[in-house]
Design a protein around this ligand. Structure first.
Ligand code: PLP
Length: 406
């Protein structure tokens, strides 16, 4: 039986694509005493996190914070702008796009799921031309929203959101653009306003380096306008009361105060490092991880180098190798967790997370654990991924600024 009080020496190597490791600085901030969420002190915290979050989403407009996991923010996004029977165009990039669609079906909207056939759609980003063609055919403008996932956590594939916006515009279609960047935010470049996104959904436990538990809706003025007439039932998720209370730094119901302390600390860390530096660090780590996978002679799940995820790398197993059996060896023997394959790719691949509180040396720890685990599982490797990843990191270290603490 699992012993919850058993702690092996050293830190557990949490290398799943979220929840990502929570820095000690954030854990310490979260241990501050809980304060009165209607008292004077609270508004200072509320105002500060609501303002700084906008910089992360790159928006001038409101960002709503829910005490919920990302799934709650998915529901909030849909039920605030849609009415029963509305048509929604959703794009299949992987398991999370599939789950968002399932939720929309349960909420009583008419979903249409488009994408490339078979597993192809799970290996490439959103094909904006498919969206453009579908919207052009919708001459009566029955489709009320287009929903896409920016960083598909189940596969390690990103999508070009600016291209989706351009496709909607080229079709001259008024549908709202709704984007899930639950695992992309604060790790992969994201621009809510510039890309003309109407609702962005995100969560705390990935690039923001917080534990799971809070999630977000960034909302455009058009989305707010549409929400005034949307008729799907909502109460807890309703934007109107949230937006009203947030104007004064408060929330309509009890917020998760200590998570907000953590968020405050996380925003300070990310903005202190500089968003562009954060993105460059993720790209560097992702390149090193891919160098390892290539050196092992294994296939990367993402088949289009233009949309490799900076957040995670999906590693496909050769025929006959159960990816979960490899993960189990790595977990049991080296105290390292990798992401399991989800949905259509269950047991065919595992996922290496390289996001948030991750640096060159922590990534190397993970790659060492994976290389040892693959060898122990009897997977024949072409060469050493450890050596290849080190070479890649050293090459980049020669040309990029060293991380600095001052
Ligand atoms: N969307 C994406 C892209 C995700 O990665 C996840 C979780 O991993 C979710 C949605 C669901 O979020 P949660 O598990 O926090 O409810």
């Amino acid at each position: 039986m699992l012993q919850l009080n058993f702690h092996p020496a050293g830190r557990h190597q949490l290398s799943i694509p979220g929840p990502s490791p929570v820095p000690d600085r954030i854990l310490r901030a979260m241990s501050m005493p809980t304060i009165d969420h209607r008292g004077p002190e609270f508004a200072t915290l509320g105002f500060k996190v609501l303002a700084d979050l906008k910089k992360i989403f790159k928006t001038e407009h409101p960002v709503i914070i829910y005490p919920a996991s990302g799934t709650g923010a998915w529901e909030a996004a849909l039920c605030n702008v849609l009415s029963p029977g509305d048509q929604v165009l959703m794009y299949e990039t992987g398991q999370f796009a599939t789950l968002w669609k399932k939720m929309a079906d349960r909420l009583g909207v008419k979903t249409e799921f488009i994408g490339l056939p078979g597993l192809e759609g799970w290996r490439r980003g959103v094909q904006a031309d498919l969206i453009e063609a579908r919207l052009k055919a919708d001459t009566g403008h029955a489709i009320k929203a287009v929903c896409v996932v920016h960083n598909e956590t189940s596969t390690g594939v990103t999508s070009n959101i600016a291209a989706v916006r351009a496709a909607i515009d080229a079709a001259g279609h008024p549908a709202l653009l709704m984007v899930d960047t639950i695992s992309g935010l604060a790790s992969a470049d994201y621009r809510h306003d510039e890309w003309g996104v109407d609702v962005t959904v995100s969560g705390s436990q990935k690039g923001l380096m917080l534990p799971p538990g809070i999630s977000f809706n960034a909302v455009s003025p058009k989305a707010i306008e549409v929400s005034k007439h949307a008729r799907l039932p909502k109460a807890f998720w309703a934007w109107d009361e949230m937006l009203e209370f947030n104007k004064t730094g408060y929330f309509p119901y009890t917020p998760s105060t200590n998570m907000l302390y953590g968020l405050h600390e996380a925003l300070d860390m990310i903005l202190g490092e500089g968003l562009d530096n954060v993105f460059a660090r993720h790209q560097r780590l992702a390149r090193a991880c891919r160098a390892a996978v290539n050196a092992w002679g294994l296939e990367i799940q993402c088949a289009d180098p233009a949309v490799y995820s900076p957040v995670l790398t999906g590693v496909m197993m050769p025929d006959g190798v159960d990816a979960d059996a490899v993960r189990k060896i790595i977990y049991d023997r080296f105290d390292a967790s990798l992401g399991t394959g989800l949905g259509k790719v269950k047991s065919k691949m595992f996922r290496i997370g390289h996001l948030g509180e991750c640096n060159d040396v922590s990534l190397m720890g993970t790659i060492c654990a994976v290389e040892m685990g693959l060898a122990m599982a009897g997977v024949s490797l072409k060469g050493s991924g450890v050596v290849a990843a080190m070479a890649e990191l050293q090459k980049q270290a020669a040309t990029t600024r060293a991380p600095t603490r001052n």
